[in-house]
Design a protein around this ligand. Sequence first.
Ligand code: SDX
Length: 426
Amino acid sequence: MTDTVTLTYGDHTYELPVIIGTEGEKAIDISRLRADTGFITLDTGYGNTGSCTSNITFMDGERGILRYRGIPVEQLAENSTFKETAYLLIHGRLPTQQELTEFSIMLNDHSLVHEDMKNFYQHFPSASHPMGILSAMVNALRSFYPALNNTAEELNMTVTRLLAKIRTMAAMSYKISRGHTTVYPRPDLAYCENFLNMMFDTPVKPYEIKKEVVRALEVFWILHADHEQNCSTSAVRMVGSARVNLYAAISSGIAALWGPLHGGANQAVVEMLKAIQADGGNYRRAIERAKDRSDPFRLMGFGHRVYKTYDPRAKIMKKMCDQLLPALKIEDPLLEIARELEEIARKDTYFIDHNLYPNIDFYSGIVLRAIGIPTNMFTVMFAIGRLPGWIAQWKESLEDPRWKVSRPRQIYLGPLTTDYTPIQER
Ligand code: SDX
């Protein structure tokens, strides 16, 4: 006997099935609502609407819980690597040593991009934002590589190819934007080391790969790897539902992540901290502006659609700041400003009443600055981290027998039937 809810309207009563998740979340299944009742639901921004069932990531916004395939993100940040976490998200379980070795070899074997792709980069205006370049270049991959997914092997090849190449493409956009020669991936370097080397190695000064920096990058990407049905993942699922190729679906996710209210917040946080620094460190003015409803200014890196408590990822990011900066002998004044902002905001009734806490973006920019990533590349770093999650969610939607092309409905509030009027009568 499945649970049901009763919907009563006038003298009609409808029974709707209830779905209960493995963590006890409850949903009213409205798959037949319009057919049975003539009603649709309205939920602008989908804050109360489940788009799918999923086995990938569990978030509890009230308790500040985040788990990938059941494993707490804290344990993965402590013990795993980004490559291993990507495998977990995409394949549904942690790899054996042999599987991880084979995955590593495939990632390295496919980390080069077609030389002709360099021509694309050369023709972007110098002021182009790296997220716009990345979205275009990922889409362009379909022109060079098949996005086959007819068999498990083809799908695995396509997925691994994209995971391998996105690092190379990101580093290329950075090097070319600076007028430097691009650095090729090296077969002797693992995933994160290779990216750092492609970003920062130069013919005049070889890049010294430091283990603290590699670990910080591993943790940064593990924490960004998936986050259930957020804006960009929903874009990937929505676009993917039309059965476009993987590259096009991921390109739409990159475009959505670019937004300052979503993945673009990590860049916006550092720009906000720099502005406060330029204002003589007047973080109290920032707090007052954030509270002023007539002022569009928001405290970037604070608040979340789901977390109404401290984002568990922000806790780990903050701890990473406390470990990495001293290890690299870096004193970043923006970290002090961020700490002061958090301390004041956390005691302020406005932030308490609105359940506004630091989210992943509040401290992540400090870590990226310490690694040497330029601010305009911060959201590209988020995109590389989120790629395994986008792929896992896209793959799950393909495999869901109930999944079909997304086509939400609407409530029309426009004019009733209106006749065309010839231009001379208007
Ligand atoms: C990410 O979905 C995901 O999982 C996203 C993400 C992921 O991993 O994919 O976690 C990554 O996108 C993190 C969020 C990064 N964005 C920012 O840090 C931008 C700053 N934050 C806000 O813009 C805001 O908090 C949102 C967009 C994140 C969430 O906003 P909500 O939940 O839609 O809430 P809202 O915009 O309706 O605001 C509710 C109230 C409003 O005040 P009232 O009009 O009710 O009086 O809270 C206020 C807002 O003004 N508010 C803020 C605020 N965030 C919300 N006020 C000041 N500063 C803020 N940051």
